[in-house]
Design a protein around this ligand. Structure first.
Ligand SMILES: *Cc1c(COP(=O)(O)O)cnc(C)c1O
Length: 416
């Protein structure tokens, strides 16, 4: 027990005993069962729903107990910047779902990405990353890390020869996102992990678009997986959150000290919302993926659409690779309209049910124009390199009736 409390019964006893270290989860039960029961720390009141421990600190029965807690000879909750029962329930449940030894939660997905890299890098290190990344991840790699003497090289994530060239030199870390936001480009996880391992690199995968249910980077050789829990895990537009998963050793030696002393802690209230999100993740995602596939087929056949990208469609240039490493194509579709930015804006403005918002994975279907929002900061050349055209629109499918969404899309396309 790394940081737990004592005297718990049932699922809580197991969680408390193993801390965030979860392996296959409670008695090897199924993923859905783990998402409902995993990590529960039930209090003396035997509440059904997870308790929200809105407390910054904890009290000690004696000065000796406080001394032992700080020396970590008697592990217990000490201060909510580094551990909190509600946050720990979320971390344990995520670790069980991912099949990771340990997890730590953060206040946002970007805090998770930043911590996953900064906790293990130092001046003089070299990082190789795929170039098609979420805008803020790209900023960390291209702008922040070099300021601290860390060399970063961005490669086309689809190009194994480019990875091989970049990883011919010793490398401390590899960072990648697959499918990428918003171009839905796929990185060959098994092949890149093998190359990275030979270069001595620790492999960090941003798995937001796939979610823990559709793709398991650890099974392909990744060392660390990061999520913006803001997306499908909450999935109801209520809170920001992030999580980093890896081995117990990585978390204890690298991640936990970094988080403890820099403080991007997840609020217990938000951890509770994310616990509730996990309970329904599978139901929501299955419905969203079904809607995304049908909508992608509809869009691909539409005369005003130049291309409709969806990893689950045969027309996606990396469809076979996507299906080799993902259970389904996911809940996002990227389409390119004939007529560039003007056509894209007319389309967005004509939608009534699908809302213009840069969030994704939500219960509400959302649409965004990446070139002028999430990827506005990039030069036109960098956008072109990532396949982000002025006519590209990213669609995140929600939980509405399929017929209503299709009707809204068809009507908006007519207005283009
Ligand atoms: C949204 C997102 C992030 C950042 O997460 P926040 O919770 O918004 O900080 C990182 N990576 C990807 C792929 C994302 O979509």
């Amino acid at each position: 027990m790394a940081r737990g409390s004592k005297g718990r019964k049932g699922a809580g006893a197991k969680a408390a005993k193993t801390g965030s270290a979860a392996g296959k989860g409670p008695a090897g039960r199924g993923a859905q069962t783990r998402m409902v029961h995993g990590g529960v720390l039930r209090s003396q009141f035997r509440e059904t729903a997870e308790a929200i421990f809105l407390t910054s600190g904890y009290v000690y029965d004696s000065a000796e107990e406080a001394e032992a807690a700080f020396a970590n000879t008697r592990p217990r909750f000490v201060y909510s910047r580094f551990s909190n029962p509600t946050v720990q329930m979320f971390e344990t449940r995520m670790a069980q779902l991912e099949g990771a030894e340990a997890a730590r939660a953060t206040a946002s997905g970007m805090a998770a990405v930043f911590a996953s890299l900064m906790c293990q890098l130092k001046a003089g290190d070299r990082v190789v990353s795929s170039d098609a990344l979420f805008g803020s991840c790209q900023y960390i790699l291209a702008e922040i890390l070099p300021r601290f003497g860390i060399e970063t090289e961005l490669v086309d994530g689809r190009d194994l020869a480019a990875w091989r060239r970049a990883l011919a030199r010793p490398t401390a870390a590899v960072f990648l996102e697959t499918p990428s936001n918003p171009g839905l480009r796929i990185v060959d996880l098994a092949a890149v992990c093998a190359l990275a391992r030979k270069a001595g690199a620790s492999i960090v995968v941003d798995n937001v678009f796939a979610t823990p249910l559709l793709q398991r980077p650890l099974a392909f050789g990744a060392d660390v997986v990061v999520y913006s829990a803001t997306k499908h895990i909450d999935g109801q537009g209520r809170t920001l959150g992030g999580v980093v998963l890896g081995t117990g050793k990585f978390v204890a030696d690298k991640l936990q000290p970094f988080l403890r002393h820099t403080g991007p802690a997840l609020s217990p209230m938000n951890a509770w919302l994310l616990l509730k999100g996990l309970e329904t993740l599978e139901l929501r995602l299955e419905r969203q993926c079904r809607m995304a596939k049908t909508v992608a087929e509809f869009l691909a056949a539409h005369p005003k659409v130049e291309t409709a990208l969806y990893p689950g469609l045969k027309s996606h240039p990396q469809h076979r690779l996507a299906m080799k490493q993902m259970k389904s194509g996911g809940s996002l579709v990227s389409l390119t309209l004939k007529g560039g930015k003007a056509a894209a804006f007319r389309f967005l403005n004509a939608l009534e049910l699908v809302l213009i918002s840069n969030n994704l994975g939500d219960a509400k279907s959302l649409v965004t124009h990446p070139a002028t929002t999430t990827h506005q900061r990039l030069t036109p050349e960098a956008r072109a390199q990532q396949g982000i055209t002025d006519g590209m629109v990213r669609l995140s499918l929600g939980l509405e009736d399929l017929a209503d969404i299709e009707a809204d899309l068809a009507r908006a396309l007519k207005a283009v």
